[in-house]
Design a protein around this ligand. Structure first.
Ligand code: NAP
Length: 249
């Protein structure tokens, strides 16, 4: 069977462990014939991500904290796909009332979860010399009030707006920019959200498909966006959430 990403090189930011959505994306990209490059946030994750990278045959695995200098990204050579799978908010800002969000907590969530997409786009767009696909991960809390998502909901709203502005500008370079809105998935980041297991139960009961989202389903959407099949899609938010977002009462 032909592989959908043959000949393409993908940079994937945001693998923390084998439960990370970015890891599922890396697996799917390798399955489809892409050459992959992985980054991890800091020393704490180094061994795990280097081991995962070795298993997947990643051509490079290196540290990249998006709040710091991103010049190393600019030195990577030609890229076709960039996956931004990064977000952070202080745990206390995901449990106390939203109105009590601290200034520092708000700015931190915006910096790591939103500005980083702009910074990554700036560093990598010049490397997408044949055009390319930049994608990020978002959540329904950007447009709906979801209990305990708080400061991260506002960050995801900003992220989705950043996707549209980047898509508007980078389209002339044949670079497409999209967000995948994933249903809730048990990962390290999700564990920061209070009562996350209750959210999983509720979604499985209410979603049209009556089940939760599997990371491999999100990864296959990333394959679609990164491949030539997604060539006409940019500036959009594509849902992979068992259809939960369409439901009202
Ligand atoms: P994850 O495995 O914890 O991935 C989040 C990644 O962001 C981690 O690798 C984390 O590293 C990294 N990160 C945080 N601060 C960073 C920084 N300053 N520089 C570089 N990397 C940094 O969780 P995930 O659920 O797969 O999250 C990936 C993306 O999917 C996030 O944008 C998240 O909001 C989104 N998403 C998740 C869900 C869900 O239910 N899980 C649903 C929809 C969207 P550390 O571990 O070192 O912090």
């Amino acid at each position: 069977m032909p592989q959908l990403l043959e000949g393409k090189t993908a940079l994937i930011l945001g693998v923390a462990n084998k439960w990370s959505i970015a890891y599922a994306i890396a697996q799917a990209f390798v399955r489809e014939g892409a050459k992959i490059i992985l980054t991890y946030q800091g020393e704490r994750l180094q061994q795990t991500v280097q081991e995962l990278g070795a298993e997947l045959g990643a051509s490079q695995v290196f540290e990249c904290d998006v709040t710091k200098d991103l010049s190393k990204l600019s030195e990577l050579g030609r890229l076709d796909i960039v996956v931004h799978s990064i977000a952070f908010a202080n745990r206390e800002d995901l449990s106390r009332p939203f109105v009590e969000t601290s200034r520092e907590g708000f700015l931190l969530a915006q910096e790591v979860s939103v500005f980083s997409l702009v910074a990554v786009a700036r560093a990598t767009a010049p490397l997408m010399t044949e055009g390319g696909a930049l994608m990020t991960l978002t959540y329904l809390g950007s447009t709906r009030v979801l209990t305990n998502y708080n400061v991260m909901g506002v960050a995801k709203a900003g992220l989705e707006a950043a996707v549209r502005y980047l898509a508007g500008e980078l389209g002339e370079k044949k670079i497409r920019v999209n967000a995948i809105s994933a249903g809730p998935i048990k990962t390290a980041a999700a564990r920061g959200i209070k009562d996350f297991s209750k959210i999983l139960e509720l979604v499985a009961a209410k979603a049209p498909l009556r089940r939760n989202t599997d990371p491999s389903e999100v990864a296959d959407m990333a394959v679609f966006l990164g491949s030539d099949l997604g060539r006409g899609v940019t500036g959009d938010v594509l849902f992979v959430d068992s259809g939960f977002h369409i439901m009202g009462l």
